[in-house]
Design a protein around this ligand. Structure first.
Ligand SMILES: *[C@@H]1O[C@H](CO)[C@@H](O)[C@H](O)[C@H]1NC(C)=O
Ligand SMILES: *[C@@H]1O[C@H](CO)[C@@H](O)[C@H](O)[C@H]1NC(C)=O
Ligand SMILES: *[C@@H]1O[C@H](CO)[C@@H](O)[C@H](O)[C@H]1NC(C)=O
Ligand SMILES: [Zn+2]
Ligand SMILES: [Zn+2]
Length: 315
């Protein structure tokens, strides 16, 4: 039932770093110039969209609209009785507005065009949990992005859900059968959060009784937010006080820094931030920044620590 509410599920997709800082904005970039991850990505359709702008039609645009909707950048576009459906391959006003929001969040040029840098960013694996645009939704003119709001860093979920004051000693668990190399990364990630908060985390064997339930899931796994195979979305988690944290079992996971594989601890640290009540940050050095590359480990940043302390009033 909760899966019906988009904000309820926080998924995180981590994306590859593909950007070459010296690339210019060009609508004529041949798609083969985008360096590709080792494995095909469910987002590969984006490569044919470079240079697309308002008023044009393209085959991949319906998919892009769905993707941006899932990330909170535009209203969902899947109503089959809606007359707009026949125009789903049209780059319309709404898509341009969504792209400008996206470009603002990721500090790209806010052209509203699917330029090379925007497509490269979109291709990066990232957290599937929507980015927080609540503030922007409240403005009268969707075209005007309030740069004061956008420069705020950590964010919370709408209504700022958090664990009750009686819940400071949280338990966590894994299903009876799980990959063993998840235990150490999760213990480390929980240790990082414990050091900067008044939370404690204790492992218990009884999965069903645990406050935080950590599991690997693939494709459609019954919560209304199917994973997408290798690449794309890497994990998602639920906001307080649900406690579910799902890794995409189709990814190439590793405990550590290995080229081409994604670090269980880094993604766990990010997803546990959602479990505790943080949404995405616009600070690229924070763990709550929505994207991260493979072959990479990241720890908590000052922005994450400020965010969690402010949410709970911790000293
Ligand atoms: C789909 O569109 C029709 C016509 O615009 C509208 O009446 C209906 O409520 C919409 N359904 C959903 C689920 O949004
Ligand atoms: C942007 O948001 C901030 C914080 O809510 C507000 O103080 C400021 O007036 C807004 N600026 C514009 C141009 O709307
Ligand atoms: C958490 O555990 C500590 C140590 O056992 C205890 O002092 C504290 O009261 C507990 N906190 C809550 C909210 O139950
Ligand atoms: Zn996330
Ligand atoms: Zn799930």
């Amino acid at each position: 039932m909760e899966a019906k509410f988009n904000h309820h599920l926080l998924s995180c997709i981590f994306l590859l770093f593909l950007l070459n800082p010296f690339q210019c904005f060009s609508s004529s970039y041949p798609s083969h110039q985008i360096s590709t991850p080792q494995t095909p990505s469910p987002l590969d359709y984006l490569k044919s969209l470079i240079g697309t702008k308002k008023g044009t039609r393209a085959k991949g645009l319906p998919q892009l609209k769905t993707y941006l909707s899932n990330l909170g950048y535009m209203k969902t576009n899947t109503n089959s009785t809606n007359s707009d459906q026949s125009n789903n391959d049209l780059f319309n006003d709404n898509l341009e507005i969504a792209l400008k929001k996206y470009q603002t969040f990721f500090k790209l040029q806010t052209s509203g065009i699917l330029d090379f840098q925007t497509v490269s960013k979109l291709l990066q694996p990232r957290c599937g949990i929507p980015d927080n645009f609540d503030n922007i939704k409240n403005t009268n003119d969707n075209n005007k992005i309030n740069s004061t709001i956008m420069s705020s860093l950590y964010t919370y979920f709408p209504g700022q859900p958090k664990w009750a004051p009686t819940k400071r000693n949280l338990t966590y668990s894994f299903p009876p059968i799980t990959r063993n190399d998840i235990r150490r990364p999760i213990a480390n990630a929980l240790g990082e959060w414990a050091r900067v908060t008044l939370f404690t985390f204790r492992y218990i064997q009884d999965y069903n009784k645990a406050d935080i339930k950590i599991s690997f899931q693939v494709r459609d796994h019954g919560d209304g937010h199917p994973f997408d195979g290798p690449g794309g979305t890497l994990a998602h988690a639920y906001l307080p006080s649900d406690g579910r944290l799902h890794y995409d079992g189709d990814e190439k996971w590793v405990d550590g820094v290995v080229p081409g594989a994604t670090d269980l601890q880094t993604v766990g640290l990010h997803e546990l931030g959602h479990v505790l009540g943080l949404q995405h940050s616009t600070d690229p050095s924070s763990i709550m920044w929505p994207t991260i590359g493979p072959g990479f480990r990241k720890d908590l940043g000052q922005d994450d620590i400020r965010g969690i302390k402010a949410l709970y009033g911790f000293p």
